[in-house]
Design a protein around this ligand. Structure first.
Ligand code: NAD
Length: 490
């Protein structure tokens, strides 16, 4: 399978574009184009029409026109369409994974598992679509009946990041569609191709025209502004940086528009003296180096208690040294390129700042070559709290290890951040496990595991890491309005 053949099968047919957002084919042809690059080679993979505010407004109108009919279908009808889309995504998973690796850089095996994860969201919400329940309330007077019904919020605008371009889209769209909402989606400019391929499959699955709309754009600001300020859009669902989340929240405030945000993180990964050190090393490798560390739930700060510090640091550094960096299509590669030169520069500046303040590089520390965006997986010790890498999300393959003595103090330090997305810890003492799990101010806590994302569980953060949850039955609630019906005179 080649990336060219995968792209041709899914994206090179002009009629697919014209139906993604309702923009007439001729209009699309006349728009300026933007290029999508392979971060491993710098090759241009495709050139896409750069849609702006007029096209977004058109897509919103189209979604708005489709909204009532979509909401009026039975839950089973919506569910059947989600099942069909799920089936097609699995059937084309190799194509989707190769497009994903080409535009994003992650190793092909990780891309395949992301596509499977995306399909799992469709499956979950195909099932969950049939389980939307209201309630009856015992009325305080005999002549009344009180009932709560659930209805779709209406048209949803979704904006997604480049690091999980397939699963982030599925995680937003599938509960929205299950709830009865039409959607307008803007994928990240770096990774729009897998989104296009997924939408082409949705079209094959038979979703009614206008229910799913895809916007290709070279930047997010104008599309985001239109989605936030157009009154036909009732809700914004965004995954990306906290900085952009703040801006979108401000833009939504005039209309008190509903928002769901999955934002940045600064995950602590704590290894206590009573931990199984080998298991903690395995978990840390997963939590830190999956997707080359470009994951919102990436372990950003590794705290290791002094009794196991040396053993952990030595074993972990040895394993990191074995990780192979390269093109995601090459077998055996576990670390692909970083998404762009900005990401590479952030790695370099975090490392330089740490070294200047006294940190020691145990392995890695440099770009793989003078050109490209490949970076050596890096372990740093003698880390202190004033270093930038301990305060900010690095979003790259950099593992800073911080020694600690006191268990209570490490929890306070782990919580001392504006973020509250994911945290991890390894321990065996049951009393400690409960105490620490409850004390960590994070939306998700991995206990003796380095990986916890699942369509069955609520994904999301506290503090400035977000609002709302995605996945599980809770993810569906975010796309439903609650309406209270009071019947009197009985
Ligand atoms: P980003 O916020 O720059 O971009 C994300 C999306 O927002 C892209 O589609 C982009 O085009 C769009 N965008 C950018 N500026 C915009 C604006 N002014 N108005 C509207 N849309 C705009 O983030 P990124 O660099 O692509 O992704 C990395 C960030 O995303 C990290 O901070 C990471 O932690 C976070 N993230 C969070 C989760 C989560 O579930 N919490 C998951 C993945 C990534």
């Amino acid at each position: 399978m080649t990336i060219t053949s995968a792209l041709t099968r899914h994206l090179k047919k002009p009629e697919l574009f014209s139906n993604l957002a309702g923009v007439p084919e001729g209009d699309l042809q006349s728009l300026p184009k933007f290029a999508v690059f392979d971060p491993a080679t710098g090759d241009v993979l495709a050139e896409l029409p750069d849609m702006g505010i007029p096209q977004v407004a058109l897509a919103i109108d189209r979604a708005h026109a489709a909204q009532a009919q979509w909401a009026a279908l039975t839950a089973r009808q919506r569910s059947d369409l989600l099942w069909e889309w799920h089936r097609l995504i699995l059937q084309h998973s190799e194509d989707l994974a190769s497009i994903l690796t080409a535009e994003m850089g992650k190793p092909f095996t990780e891309a395949k598992s992301e596509v499977a994860h995306a399909a799992a969201y469709l499956q979950w919400y195909a099932e969950e679509a049939n389980r939307i329940y209201g309630e009856t309330i015992s009325a305080p007077s005999v002549d009344r009946r009180m009932i709560v019904i659930k209805q779709p919020v209406g048209v949803v605008g979704a904006i997604t990041p480049w690091n999980f371009p397939a699963s982030m889209i599925a995680r937003k769209i599938s509960p929205a569609l299950a709830a009865g909402c039409a959607v307008v989606v803007k994928p990240a400019e770096q990774t729009p191709l897998v989104a296009g391929a997924m939408f082409a499959l949705a079209r094959m699955a038979g979703f009614p025209s206008g229910v799913l709309n895809l916007i290709y754009a070279s930047e997010g600001a104008s599309v985001g502004y239109e989605l936030c300020t157009n009154p036909k859009v009732r809700k914004i669902s965004f995954t990306g940086s906290t900085e952009v989340g703040r801006l979108l929240m401000r833009q939504c405030s005039d209309q008190i528009k509903r928002v769901s945000f999955e934002l940045g993180g600064n995950a602590p990964f704590i290894v206590f003296d009573d931990a199984d050190v080998d298991a903690a090393v395995d978990g840390a490798l997963q939590a830190k180096f999956r997707n080359a560390g470009q994951t919102c739930v990436s372990a950003n700060r590794l705290y290791v208690q002094s009794g196991v510090f040396t053993e952990f640091a030595e074993k972990f550094t040895a394993r990191v040294g074995e990780l192979r960096v390269g093109n995601g299509f090459d077998p055996g590669v576990s670390i692909g390129p970083l998404i762009d030169t900005r990401a590479l520069a952030k790695m370099q500046s975090h490392i330089a700042d740490a070294i200047e303040k006294g940190a020691v590089v145990r392995c890695g520390g440099e770009p793989v070559s003078a050109d490209g965006t490949f970076f050596q997986p890096t372990v740093i010790t003698e880390v202190t709290r004033d270093m930038r890498l301990a305060q900010e999300e690095t979003f790259g393959p950099l593992a800073p290890i911080i020694r600690f003595e006191d268990a209570d103090q490490v929890v306070a330090e782990a919580n001392d951040t504006i973020y509250g997305l994911a945290a991890y810890f390894y321990a065996s003492n049951l009393k400690r496990v409960w105490h620490v799990a409850e004390a960590l101010e994070y939306g998700m806590v991995g206990i003796n595991t380095g990986r916890m994302s699942s369509e069955a569980a609520p994904f999301g953060g506290m503090k400035q890491s977000g609002i709302g949850r995605e996945g599980s039955r809770h993810g569906l609630e975010d796309y439903l309005e609650m309406k209270y019906l009071c019947m009197g005179g009985l």
